[in-house]
Design a protein around this ligand. Structure first.
Ligand code: CU
Length: 486
């Protein structure tokens, strides 16, 4: 014990040094935040608020100001997907809510008004706020009232805001979330295009695609069993005519948020690599990233330069959400091809690993004419169904219903029923460019299907005799004729 006295003293003094060191670190930390809190504000301005996918003008070099933010809560019915509506609760009339753009040191005067036609009280918790409830406790407001509170933005970054009124999960599930950006001193580096995209999961009484006004389903929400997972509040909010755009050579910055309430997003752009990701919307910058994780109640900023033209698909790479629940958007890039970066198809040929010589199975009956086999309709339906389930099913789906905004339906398809030869040709040669099926336009790619003319006859017969189509019986000789162009 006694001989340990000296050691104890040494340890004690080491601990003291360590403690001093840690205190000074914390002091420094406090100092930067205190500094931001001390940034003086000059003048007053009203914040520009935008609905998605747009963002307000960059802050740039402007001085810190008293920034007036007026946000109105609206409960309103909107379209979830074709034929399906939902009662959205919104900040500013959109899901996600209006984008708020500030800079570090701004003194925000926030007025939250709850429209008199609304049914419920609401409030707002901004993750950019340092203070109890992120503002929630000061902003609780009944329909037909408004509340005002002030806060100073002391940490730069991209932050989520959301309603925090009980039941919190339900308010978020109904669309009450958005993003607030706090730019650093001097602003973010300049880019050519900026967009606002936020993912959310929705829970409805009916299943995905069930028509009519669909009420919120609390049990499904608790079970995290989402019917819709979407960008910007609805299926197709960022596809077709709603796609975001850029030109070859431009730099694109996406402010990505995830409102949840439950699911995290594996955000990915098919055919692009993020040059930069501001991880979780903070200061840490990662480079050359394929997929970035955006937590529920979190955000990320991604940046990339577009080098080649085409349609780039934005997805949650938990991929069934993209193709079956709606988490799919599009970035359309126009401009010159760059064959050095991407060649497109250079050559297309027959892949024949076993060589041409043994492709015909000898059956000891070589002389038998192949055309002589004539199948009954039932046999063709049987074999056609097999071809369908093997080849077409992945895109056009089990009941031929297709996938909204991606793959057209074959069930009750006016396009299919109007012209048999045209449909055969599509399967023979593939199809690109815009087509309209049952009033919906598709502008996608169906690749040439590598199946025999006999199989094409069977699968087309199967499709024409299923799901309310016009019962055409397609023969192999008809397919042969279309193929030879007569
Ligand atoms: Cu609310």
């Amino acid at each position: 014990m006694i001989q340990n006295r000296k050691q104890t003293t040494i340890i004690m003094s080491l601990l003291t040094v360590l403690a001093l060191f840690l205190t000074s670190c914390i002091d420094n930390e406090k100092k930067t935040q205190a500094n931001a809190a001390d940034i003086p504000v000059s003048k007053e301005m009203t914040a520009e608020l935008t609905s998605p996918p747009n963002v307000p003008t960059p802050v740039g070099r402007r001085k810190a100001k008293k920034l007036i933010v007026n946000m109105e809560i609206l409960e309103q019915e909107g379209t979830m997907t074709d034929g399906t509506t939902y009662n959205y609760w919104t900040f500013g009339g959109s899901v996600p809510g209006s984008f708020i753009r500030t800079r570090v040191g701004d003194e925000v005067e926030f007025t939250l008004s709850n429209h008199p036609d609304n049914k419920l009280p609401h409030n707002i918790d901004l993750h950019a706020v340092t203070g109890p409830g992120g503002g929630a406790t000061s902003s609780f407001v009944a329909p037909g009232h408004e509340k005002k509170f002030n806060f100073k933005t002391i940490n730069p970054g991209l932050y989520v805001y959301h309603c925090a009124t009980a039941p919190v999960g339900m308010h978020i599930a109904n669309g009450m979330y958005g993003l607030i950006l706090v730019e650093p001193e001097g602003g973010l580096p300049k880019v050519d295009k900026e967009y606002y995209i936020m993912q959310g999961d929705f829970y409805t009484k009916g299943e995905n695609g069930d028509p009519g006004l669909q009420p919120f389903d609390m049990q499904k929400a608790v079970d995290e069993d989402a019917d819709y997972v979407v960008f910007n509040g609805s299926v197709g909010a960022l596809t077709g005519d709603n796609a975001i755009t850029a030109n070859v050579g431009e730099t694109v910055r996406l402010y990505i948020g995830n409102g949840g309430p439950n699911l995290v997003s594996s955000f990915h752009v098919i055919g692009e690599i993020f040059d930069k990701v501001y991880v979780e919307g903070g200061d840490l910058i990662n480079e050359n990233v394929q997929t970035t994780l955006v937590p529920a109640g979190g955000a990320a900023i991604v940046e990339f330069r577009v080098d080649v033209p085409g349609t780039f698909i934005l997805v949650d790479h938990s991929i069934f959400r993209a193709f079956n629940k709606g988490a799919l958007g599009m970035l359309k890039v126009e401009g010159e091809e760059n064959k050095k970066i991407y060649s497109g198809i250079v050559q297309e040929g027959i892949y024949n690993p076993e060589g041409g010589g043994i492709q015909v199975m000898p059956n000891g009956n070589d002389k038998k004419p192949t055309v002589a086999v004539s199948k009954t309709l039932a046999e063709k339906m049987e074999s056609g169904k097999q071809v369908y389930m093997k080849t077409c099913f992945a895109c056009h789906q089990a009941e031929g219903q297709g996938i909204p905004n991606a793959f057209p339906p074959l069930a009750k398809s006016d396009y299919l029923n109007a012209n048999v030869n045209r449909a055969i040709e599509i399967v023979l040669k593939g199809k690109t460019g815009e087509i309209t099926v049952n009033g919906e336009t598709y502008n996608s790619v169906m690749t040439r299907q590598a199946i025999s003319n006999d199989e094409i006859a069977d699968v087309m017969t199967y499709i024409y005799n299923s799901w309310g189509n016009n019962k055409t019986n397609v023969t192999k000789s008809q397919v042969d004729q279309v193929k030879s162009g007569h």
